[in-house]
Write a protein that binds this ligand. Structure first.
Ligand SMILES: *Cc1c(COP(=O)(O)O)cnc(C)c1O
Length: 435
């Protein structure tokens, strides 16, 4: 395989010098490694870095609270009453949606449940759910409890997609075939936009088409896709989706969550849902009367008044994405950065019996994360990287996830990983290397 890449520090620095997003690295607090120098932070898939603007954004709301107390709901500049709306446009751009199709509220798993109440409506023969085998545990538990709520057995109602023997990721054709085979038994397809473990990005438009063709509803958990992939939820005709803000969206631990509900459901007050006052028609909300009338669009799924402090951080973090030129720009760098990571890992020369990249090699089937399946002494490799200031993520039993993030990671960070992996190779015991 020929490559335009070179495995040298000079080359990595040259790519950094040419990188239009390079100035954005300075917008974030980079944690130090053991030598006091900035770590190569590769855990943005788990918790994105803190924007330097986050503290002032929260401070401004403290200021309003301190000075105005309840009046802060109505006073400029905070206007807590309408605060969630200030996140709508940027969120819509982020996921390729119309503003009416998105809302920011609650936390991810809560939102997944709220959406499932409306969009998992099993009836008669049509009650099955198709999801990834080994989905993120919260999603597994959410679906398990939802099918039980409707009186079904999880083992019967939940169908899991598993890779073919000897393969690590799913083939789109196999997903489509499974959907077709389930046919009119299938009520819901719910997948991650990007699988958290393998880093595989699914073909969301193809899966949505296949689901709709058999009359099923199709939703995605975009926890690992929002801020990572270029998304076109509206055009792809996805029914619903939700995501968290603290991974690729850098909005802080336990940060708020985004929701997408396709425009075709915008004026469907008849859809069953769990209601709260913030989803009620805002023009009459404070009449405090009986009889729930949902707001049009995703806003009609809100329950509670806005969580100002997490939303203040989210607003500051989303502003950085927009300033950087949006997801198109981020994705452009991301493909190159992850391509370089793949290149330096291959250049480290480890045999597949020791280390395999299980994330698809096709850039269209992945975001920024590469998952390394380490067959030998994986935990040792992880510790070896940590000692050298490379903060990656360890998943039992033997996967290291590495996620170079275009907003703040550099090509030099990535080059360091290749060097460290090559250095680790020399520490392998011969038995391990030969096995
Ligand atoms: C990170 C993640 C979650 C976490 O859910 P919270 O409700 O935010 O704790 C859930 N699902 C997926 C797929 C995730 O990646």
């Amino acid at each position: 395989m020929t490559s335009a890449f070179q495995n040298t520090l000079d080359f990595a620095r040259q790519l950094d010098a040419q990188d239009a997003l390079r100035p954005f690295r300075d917008r974030f607090h980079l944690p130090p490694g053991p030598d006091g120098q900035p770590a190569a932070y590769m855990c943005g898939n788990s918790l994105g870095l803190m924007p330097k603007t986050a503290r002032a954004a929260v401070e401004a709301e403290f200021q309003s609270w301190e000075e105005h107390a309840v009046e802060g709901h109505f006073r400029e500049p905070s206007q807590w009453m309408h605060y969630h709306q200030t996140l709508t446009e940027a969120s819509a751009r982020l996921v390729g949606a119309k503003p009416v199709e998105v809302v920011v509220m609650n936390n991810l798993t809560v939102n997944l449940h709220l959406l499932l109440i409306s969009f998992y409506r099993p009836a008669g023969r049509r009650y099955k759910v198709l999801m990834e085998g080994g989905a993120f545990p919260s999603d597994q538990y959410a679906l398990e409890s939802q099918v039980k709520l409707h009186g079904y057995q999880p083992d019967d109602a939940i169908v899991e997609l598993l890779p073919r023997p000897g393969e690590h990721t799913l083939r789109t054709a196999d997903i489509e075939a499974r959907i077709q085979a389930l046919g009119e038994e299938l009520a819901l397809v719910i997948l991650g936009g990007v699988n958290y473990y393998t880093g595989q990005a699914f073909d969301m438009p193809a899966i949505t088409r296949a689901g709709h063709a058999v009359g099923a509803v199709v939703g995605f958990d975009l926890a690992h896709a929002a801020g990572n992939l270029l998304l076109h939820l509206h055009d792809w005709d996805v029914d619903f989706a939700c995501w968290c803000s603290y991974k690729y969206l850098n909005s802080g631990p336990g940060g708020t969550s985004g929701v997408f509900v396709h425009e075709r459901f915008a004026n469907r007050p008849d859809l069953p849902r769990l209601a709260g006052w913030w989803g009620h028609d805002a023009t009459v909300r404070f009449q405090m009367k009986k009889g729930f009338q949902p707001m049009p669009g995703a806003a009609g799924w809100q329950l509670s008044n806005a969580q100002i402090f997490p939303m203040a951080i989210h607003r500051a973090a989303l502003a950085i994405v927009d300033e950087a030129g949006g997801m198109q720009e981020l994705r452009r760098k991301s493909e190159q950065l992850t391509g370089y990571l793949e290149y330096v890992l291959h250049a480290a020369g480890l045999p597949a019996e020791v280390l395999e990249i299980i994330t698809p090699a096709d850039p269209a089937q992945r975001g920024c994360q590469l998952s390394l399946l380490v067959h030998q002494q994986g935990r040792q490799l992880f510790d070896f990287l940590s000692e050298r200031g490379i903060m990656a993520d360890w998943r039992e039993p033997n996967v290291i996830r590495i996620s170079p993030v275009p907003l703040y990671n550099s090509f030099e960070d990535v080059w360091r990983i290749g060097q460290a992996v090559a250095a680790w190779t020399t520490t392998l015991t011969p038995a391990a290397a030969n096995q």
